[in-house]
Design a protein around this ligand. Structure first.
Ligand SMILES: Cc1cc2nc3c(=O)[nH]c(=O)nc-3n(C[C@H](O)[C@H](O)[C@H](O)COP(=O)(O)OP(=O)(O)OC[C@H]3O[C@@H](n4cnc5c(N)ncnc54)[C@H](O)[C@@H]3O)c2cc1C
Ligand code: FES
Length: 270
């Protein structure tokens, strides 16, 4: 089990990629080497000393050989609105924090062969490395992406390159793909078992706004398919000490930072 490290990471670039969406590339060799899909980093950025608390971000992509990690972030509040103005400097990353998606291990055990991966908004980021691992292992993998509008589909091209075909896409305003929420194509696929070879799905992973995860969790339960979710609760310490990130589960309160962020959807009290 890799140790948590506190790595001083040089900011290589920090570019806007969509409406309120940015990608920050950082040199972080230990985290790039050790991080598993689903885990995250707790980050302090330069010039934001008034923000005492670190913020959690998933790793969108990594190049372990080059020692590089990428974070896809959305401007939602004080720190993430400050971040686009950061030029050169060093961020501090504590990581890898939390547990990982079970999909690759389930595939290796023969417990999963057809995966449906669902990313809503910036929730598509923590799923990319999962899809990379599933595809390279040989798991039949379909990806559904939802966004408010076409311009916000910033991960789509990278998923397309990885899958060799376009992901299934839905936009709330109908500017691309299905018009409406991505839960509609998810429901169709789970109901009709429309994988390439007609076999039913046996693993669903979803990340995005909580209402989306709740709906997909219900759809997967109805179809009898194992489903995992990534619970992105607000976090303070990020190391299991402050209980600011608790999730209600059928076996009591759990800390999203160290017991999660990935939970079995059937374990969560929605
Ligand atoms: C495990 C994990 C992984 C994450 N990965 C990413 C990622 O890859 N990309 C990304 O853009 N964001 C990610 N987030 C969310 C990110 O941490 C928050 O958006 C960020 O902390 C907000 O900081 P702020 O100072 O800008 O917002 P604040 O000023 O603190 O809050 C502004 C608004 O954002 C909401 N908010 C704050 N924290 C969260 C949160 N954790 N989840 C949902 N809403 C929140 C608040 O309720 C409030 O409405 C992740 C969160 C977790 C827990
Ligand atoms: S953030 Fe402190 S216990 Fe999870």
């Amino acid at each position: 089990m890799p140790q948590l490290v506190n790595e001083k990471a040089r900011i290589v670039s920090n570019e806007q990629v969509g409406p309120r969406l940015h990608v920050m590339v950082l040199e972080s060799p230990q985290i790039a080497r050790d991080i598993k899909p689903g885990q995250f980093v707790h980050m302090k950025v330069p010039g934001a000393e008034s923000h005492v608390l670190r913020r959690p971000f998933s790793i969108y992509a990594r190049d372990a050989a080059a020692g590089i990690v990428e974070i896809l972030y959305q401007e939602v509040g004080s720190l993430t609105s400050f971040m686009p103005g950061i030029g050169e400097g060093f961020a501090e990353l504590i990581g890898p924090v939390g547990n990982a998606w079970a999909g690759p291990a389930l595939y290796a055990e023969g417990a999963c062969s057809h995966a449906l991966i669902v990313g809503g908004g910036v929730g598509a980021a923590p799923l990319f490395m999962l899809v990379e691992q599933l595809v390279s292992a040989g798991c039949a993998t379909d990806v559904v992406l939802g966004a408010q509008t076409k311009d916000a589909l910033v991960t789509c091209g990278r998923y397309e390159a990885l899958l060799g075909r376009e992901p299934i896409v839905a936009t709330d305003d109908g500017t691309y793909g299905y018009a409406g929420f991505c839960t509609v194509p998810v429901a169709e696929r789970l109901r009709d078992g429309s994988t390439a070879d007609g076999a039913p799905y046996d693993y669903v992973a979803v990340c995005g706004p909580e209402p989306l995860m709740k709906i997909v969790a219900g759809q997967a339960a109805e179809a009898g398919v194992k489903c995992q979710v990534s619970m992105e609760k607000r976090m303070a310490c990020g190391i299991g000490a402050c209980l600011s990130c608790v999730v209600d589960t059928v076996s009591g309160k759990k800390r999203s930072c160290v017991d999660g962020p990935v939970f079995d959807a059937s374990e969560v009290v929605w």
